[in-house]
Write a protein that binds this ligand. Structure first.
Ligand code: ATP
Length: 395
């Protein structure tokens, strides 16, 4: 059976025009490989999180899926039908089925409009909804589904009269009014207070649980999605470097980049001391992708092989699982690996063996059974923080 959304080998290259300085220096035009061969799928009732640092290509992936930009290569299928490269007219019915929720509930809503007109507008654009009464009824239904109850009391209000969380719910209602099968939410909670974030993300989870909608949630915040996503796809420099069921990836992050993202998440218990690796440097320029594994300049585990071999996304384990990583030395839970020096050991992010972080470098003895494992990392004896190359360690 076909997936609700299936993306295969998606590539988006931006051709950056030469500046005067480039011409003077006789530098060629640059090609930015914002998306560099992404494949993923989302099913109905499923919330898939696309996670990565700023500049990793998450928004470019979303825009390519939605047809807002034309991908250079690859296939995007909705319920088995290929939609990439369709013209505006042919794309119209598909646009209705794919709605986007943007990051900024302050900027995305017209301050002059009432909630009623904001939520009814997509029906008018797509010439749906019938009479004014029918459109109003659909708007009320969408607001209720977005958790704004009683919906009638919100209809005459303007965005400035609403809280940040309520504005984001209005934006979600404006997407829901078209009954989309796929919702792409680009950092929908990142501009909201922590106290209302959970409400908005919980709403997205509820929409998935109703079974009709699938959601691709784009975020840089691994901690937030841990509680809501069914599957994670971790993106680095235009490619997916690790993917799998959320619990599997968080319990046994196989790619050093995923482990570094996890370690940069603040732990709620300040008494727990464990080494946290905050990645040094920025995502490299996608116009000058490093040779070999693109993560190797920031990876303390990189060896000569990583500098020359570009690893493909492949299964982490020999057992049939959905957990994949693009790393020459992926580390599932309890695994040991050969450190650069040739010893068989469990290395820390610096490649040293003596003080493995029990959370990021799980050991079989610390393994948390699946039924007791929550989304927060298990407590364990804390390693004494020490500076690591390529990053900063914080207690
Ligand atoms: N129109 C464009 N022209 C040239 N380069 C672009 C263009 N749009 C995006 N890029 C580059 O493509 C890369 C990926 O950008 P993208 O916005 O998709 O990343 P992101 O992971 O969504 O980041 P953020 O979370 O900051 O939005 C970045 O290096 C960005 O500078």
């Amino acid at each position: 059976m076909s997936h609700l959304l299936e993306v295969e080998d998606l590539v988006l290259h931006h051709h950056v025009p030469r500046t005067i300085a480039d011409r003077v220096a006789r530098r060629p035009a640059r090609v930015v490989r914002a998306v560099d061969g992404v494949s993923l799928h989302v099913d109905r009732g499923e919330l898939v999180a696309l996670v990565g640092e700023s500049g990793s290509g998450k928004s470019s992936t979303a825009q390519s899926i939605l047809g807002l930009v034309t991908p250079s290569h690859g296939t995007v299928r909705i319920d088995g039908s290929a939609i990439e490269g369709l013209g505006a007219r042919a794309m119209r019915p598909w646009r209705r089925r794919m709605q986007m929720v943007l990051q900024d509930p302050y900027g995305s809503l017209d301050p002059r409009c009432t909630v009623a007109s904001i939520v009814e507008e997509p029906l008018l654009i797509h010439r749906l909804g019938g009479s004014a009464e029918q459109r109003r009824a659909k708007a009320v239904d969408a607001l209720e589904r977005a958790g704004l109850r009683p919906a009638e009391t919100f209809l005459p209000r303007r965005p400035r009269e609403l809280s940040g969380g309520q504005r984001q719910r209005v934006a979600i209602a404006a997407g829901l009014v078209l009954d989309p099968s796929l919702l792409i939410a680009d950092e929908p909670a990142s501009m909201l207070d922590v106290s209302v974030r959970a409400g908005v993300l919980g709403l997205l989870r509820e929409l998935c649980d109703s079974g009709e909608t699938g959601i691709l949630l784009i975020t840089h915040d691994l901690a937030t999605v841990a509680h809501y996503a069914d599957r994670l796809a971790v993106m680095y420099l235009g490619r997916i470097v690790e993917e799998g069921p959320t619990r599997t990836v968080l319990e046994a992050p196989a790619h050093p980049y995923t482990r570094a993202l996890m370690s940069s998440v603040l732990h709620p218990d300040p008494r727990e001391r464990r080494s946290r690796v905050v990645l040094g440097g920025d995502v490299p320029d996608p116009g000058a992708r490093p040779d070999g594994c693109a993560f190797h300049p920031r990876c303390p585990l990189a060896d000569d092989g990583c500098r020359t071999t570009d690893p493909a996304l492949g299964p982490v384990d020999q057992r049939p699982t959905e957990h994949s990583a693009a790393c020459l030395r992926p580390l599932p839970a309890g695994h040991t690996t050969t450190a650069p020096a040739g010893r068989t050991t469990t290395p820390d992010l610096a490649g040293r063996a003596e003080t493995p972080d029990p959370v990021l470098w799980p050991d079989r003895r610390n393994h948390v059974p699946a039924d007791t494992a929550g989304t927060s990392p298990p407590a364990g004896p804390g390693a004494v923080p020490e500076p690591l190359p390529g990053g900063t360690v914080m207690p």
